[in-house]
Design a protein around this ligand. Sequence first.
Ligand SMILES: *Cc1c(COP(=O)(O)O)cnc(C)c1O
Length: 393
Amino acid sequence: MEEPLIERMREYGETIFAEMTRLAVETESVNLGQGFPDTDGPRSLLEGATRNIMAGVNQYPPGPGRPELRQAVSRYRSRHYGLDFDPDSEVYVTVGATAGIAASMLALVERGDEVVVFEPMYDSYAAMISLAGGVRRPVALRRDPSSGRFTFDPAELRAAITPRTRLIMVNTPHNPTGTVFTGAELAEIARVCREHDLIAVTDEVYEFLTFDGRPHVPLASLPGMRERTLSISSVGKMFAVTAWKTGWVTGPEPLVRAVRTVNQFLTFSANGALQLAIADAMDDEWEWIQRQRRALQDKRDRLAEGLTATGFDVNVCEGTYFLMADIRPLGYLDGEEVARALPREAGVAAVPAKVFYDHQEEGRHLLRFAFCKKDEVLDEAVRRLTTWHKREN
Ligand SMILES: *Cc1c(COP(=O)(O)O)cnc(C)c1O
């Protein structure tokens, strides 16, 4: 048979995460590749879901989501960020952030429209822009030599805008670099959006996973941005239940309506029993979120110290589940080669950062490690990497 897959999706094979996870399982490696926690979310959340299922909350919820969850989302966005959204027309529940991203791109990107994205980028952005028939305009995040954090050059952002630019995709806290955009960086992005009348779609799934007291600032909270920004978040990272695939978009009614129009034919609705449990946890489990944030900050430090001692050059990480490490001080150049060899040679899995880039050479020397794992798992990974590096040299 001729290749049945439509042409614009042919550059997307199996995701590297599936491949690395399979390799990790085959080799019994410590898997610091895919970003999922190895501990559970708050007990009340898990019990709430079980109770709802046993109580018969098992049929289609309303397409836009259970009102209880939409109201709880509206409350936390208001309480934390001073952003007010009408739970009926400006909040919409999706099957994870992934479906929110997919529906946003399919709803807002016309064929041939250009979408500005920061690279490295979360893998679903590229695929969904392609599926929508859009064109990516990547703007590089590069390591700033003085601060050690990844940031962009405002001139490069401006240069990426053309008359065909429709939308800019902004992920903060940022996977995979761990950058949390500052007020000044967001102000640059907001200025470009206002000047060129662009829509912003924000991926804020790590909104509560910022470290060292850094605040997460939603782009929608900047002047002139509420009316042009669609914000996406999800329960997976908020409560460490990545299998639950329940997310939400918030924004002005016309943007939310656009997403709703598309999403009603993609997934129609998301799991109702989980939505009710999440709504309760959003009101009751803020302490848990704070504890989780502190625990993850310690895990970041633990893994960063271990990798540094092994010889990696570890980049500054301000939030998320991930840190990026430069392999060049260890004598290697190609992160993909190292990532493919590590499970068999060291018993550790990581993700080569180049898969997050359009300009792959920019990320060639970087590996992404997830630190959302038990301390003993992180320690074992470091022990194995140290042994491997000593043996290789
Ligand atoms: C995990 C992740 C997602 C996916 O969220 P789901 O709710 O599991 O679909 C989206 N964006 C980023 C940046 C992520 O890291």
